[in-house]
Design a binder for this molecule. Structure first.
Ligand code: GLP
Length: 247
């Protein structure tokens, strides 16, 4: 695992965007695994800016997203499809028909999830997977559990995730309780993984995930086993990790 220390959120975002840009330049027809949440917002803003300057071309890029709330339509402003369109896809020259977010409107969860795994396979796998990290160490929507889930599956969101994500909704009662998410195996099969973490509220979980034991109780801890992981974290997120390294 390579750790890149960033000063703050904006520095983390520029560094992450540089890594994604390098991927797109080196392999113009690459498959990007993309994430939602507040962590990647400024990373996406940088990519948009550099695209507009003429430095990046997404015309041959495909993308797959980690997760989607079950039951939300693409035009619902809380759906992850809507998030991706408004925060990235609408502003770059990616072919939207080559951007894949799990289909939250498919009521048959087995069908929605197996279709997402088939798409990843048909694309030839993910070249670079971008990940944020939840407060409890979840990646995608893989919540702490007794076992690491494998492929894309339907999850019941934990109360702490519902509470954390309620900041994006009018009220906590509007937060969906289920989601379709790529599993740990789907994520681990990505050729490269880029994790971005910012903020003091993530400091404890960063230390647990990357210095603690590999356990499904801290889903992100599995990343210690991946051969090509880069973590870009800011000073606040790294405070406990760096203290523990010194001890
Ligand atoms: C959500 C998403 C994750 C994301 C996590 C962290 O639950 N499903 O993909 O990484 O929250 O979000 P944030 O970046 O807003 O802290």
């Amino acid at each position: 695992m390579q750790l890149i220390q960033a000063k703050d959120y904006e520095d983390m975002s520029r560094k992450a965007a540089n890594i994604i840009s390098a991927q797109v330049i080196l392999k113009p027809n690459c498959v990007l695994g993309l994430a939602t949440g507040s962590s990647p917002l400024s990373t996406y803003a940088n990519l948009i800016e550099w695209y507009k300057k003429g430095d990046l071309d997404f015309s041959n890029v495909s993308s797959v997203n980690l997760d989607e709330y079950r039951g939300l339509t693409a035009d619902n402003d809380q759906s992850y499809r809507y998030f991706m369109n408004t925060n990235l896809f609408d502003h770059i020259n990616i072919d939207k028909s080559k951007t894949y977010v799990p289909d939250g409107t498919e009521p048959d969860s087995a069908k929605a999830c197996s279709r997402h795994d088939e798409i990843i396979e048909e694309l030839g796998g993910i070249d670079l997977q971008l990940l944020g990290m939840g407060l409890n160490g979840h990646i995608g929507f893989n919540e702490p559990a007794a076992e690491f889930p494998k492929g894309t599956h339907c999850v019941d969101l934990t109360q702490s995730t519902i509470e954390a994500n309620s900041r994006f909704f009018a009220s906590i009662d509007d937060v969906p309780t289920q989601a379709y998410t790529m599993g740990i195996q789907s994520i681990m099969l990505a050729k490269k993984i880029l994790v971005i973490v910012s903020g003091a509220n993530k400091a404890q979980i960063v230390a647990d995930a990357f210095l603690g034991p590999v356990t499904p109780e801290v889903p992100a801890s599995i990343l210690q086993m991946h051969p090509d992981v880069t973590v870009v974290a800011d000073a606040d997120a790294l405070s406990v990790y760096l203290e523990r390294c010194k001890a």
